[in-house]
Design a protein around this ligand. Structure first.
Ligand code: ATP
Ligand code: MG
Ligand code: FE
Length: 337
């Protein structure tokens, strides 16, 4: 089964070819146009998708040595995301479906982030990783979402906890902004944190019931702390600040994940989403897993932030389940599971 997948929910235009669950190509075009604005500008993002989508799909097909005629189905991100951006990918997928007379598969972006864990990973000895076993718990941490998901099969996923305000990625990006770092600040905090002391500064920790998260208090706590300092403080303490902020976010995430493991009794643990690219979180999860006897699973870097590979693998499982959609489908900015 050969799936062509398209992702266009935010500011990455991406296309991927997947054959029988193996990702043969995963081409991602980032949009630099937003840097000057300190965040993603929806209208500019849609326009960039329109410019990028044909060359990105062409490159994905070429890299996979896959002619259009070999495609069995076209998968695309239907929700959630920026509506103008989703429209570009949806219209493109529909047009291709009509032209090739091949079925369409609508994919939920958050479900796909979780299933990035099902993409086989090449191991140093030349073999590929064993697939993650079901059921598993996934901590999905991205730019717009923070969720704990219980997955009992590829397409049966239940959100059992989530943020009541900011997402973990927003916590990284907004903290970075307070430090005067450019957008998106998450990867920069990761980089500077490597040279700093994670226990140098302490910020307020939220007390939120159940398996839910809150990150808006952390941002306020950082803001008040910085306002009390003298000029030059940030530059002189940048590494320690980044390490401490990152440590605070990771502590909040792993405490709730641990609570979920105790409540649900599932010890197969995965992470997903852009923040799962964070080196501190990846290390902390592995350390905690060793200590608690969890089996941990972390997607390869290229499948953490937005990518069509994760849409392709989800499309593949939907294809096997016969879960197709028709040409009347429309994208949705918000989506229930
Ligand atoms: P959603 O998936 O919720 O719709 P999104 O698609 O915009 O949102 P992703 O692309 O999955 O989100 O993730 C982007 C986020 O990941 C940004 O907030 C970015 O700062 C963060 N991020 C990426 N790399 C790192 C890193 N190494 N450390 C911390 N945060 C990171
Ligand atoms: Mg992005
Ligand atoms: Fe995403």
């Amino acid at each position: 089964v050969t799936i062509l997948a398209i992702e266009s929910s935010c500011d990455e235009t991406s296309a991927s070819v997947c054959v029988d669950g193996k990702i043969l190509s995963n081409i991602i075009a980032n949009q630099s146009v937003h840097e000057a604005y300190g965040g993603v500008v929806p209208e500019l993002a849609s326009r960039a998708h329109m410019q990028n989508i044909v060359p990105v799909v062409d490159s994905a097909l070429a890299a996979a040595h896959c002619p259009l005629s070999a495609i069995d189905a076209i998968a695309f991100t239907q929700a959630p995301g920026l509506i103008g951006c989703l429209l570009v990918g949806t219209q493109f997928a529909k047009s291709l479906s009509l032209a090739l007379n091949k079925p369409l598969i609508a994919v939920h972006h958050m479900q796909a982030h979780v299933l990035a864990n099902m993409i086989p990973q090449p191991l140093p000895d030349g073999t590929v990783s064993a697939p993650i076993a079901f059921p598993f718990l996934c901590l999905t941490v991205s730019g717009g979402h923070t969720q704990i998901v219980l997955a009992t099969s590829p397409l049966a996923q239940t959100v059992i906890g989530q943020t009541i305000d900011d997402a973990a990625g927003e916590a990284f990006d907004k903290s970075a902004k307070l430090l005067g770092l450019p957008y998106p600040g998450g990867p920069l905090i990761d980089q500077y944190a490597k040279l700093g002391n994670p226990l140098a500064f302490k910020f307020a920790e939220p007390q939120i019931p159940e398996l839910n998260f809150s990150f808006s208090g952390l941002k306020t706590s950082i803001l008040y702390f910085l306002q009390k300092q003298e000029t030059g403080f940030i530059a002189a303490n940048l590494h320690d600040l980044c390490a401490s902020i990152q440590h605070s976010i990771i502590t909040i995430l792993l405490k709730k994940l641990n609570k979920a493991v105790q409540q649900i009794g599932v010890k197969n643990i995965a992470i997903a989403g852009g923040v799962s690219a964070n080196s501190g979180l990846r290390q902390a999860l592995q350390d905690m897993g060793k200590k608690k006897g969890w089996k941990t699973h972390i997607p390869a870097f290229e499948y953490c932030t937005d990518n069509a590979g994760m849409i392709a693998i989800t499309g593949y499982y939907k294809y096997l389940a016969g879960d197709f959609t028709d040409l009347n489908v429309s994208p949705s900015a918000r989506a229930e599971w």
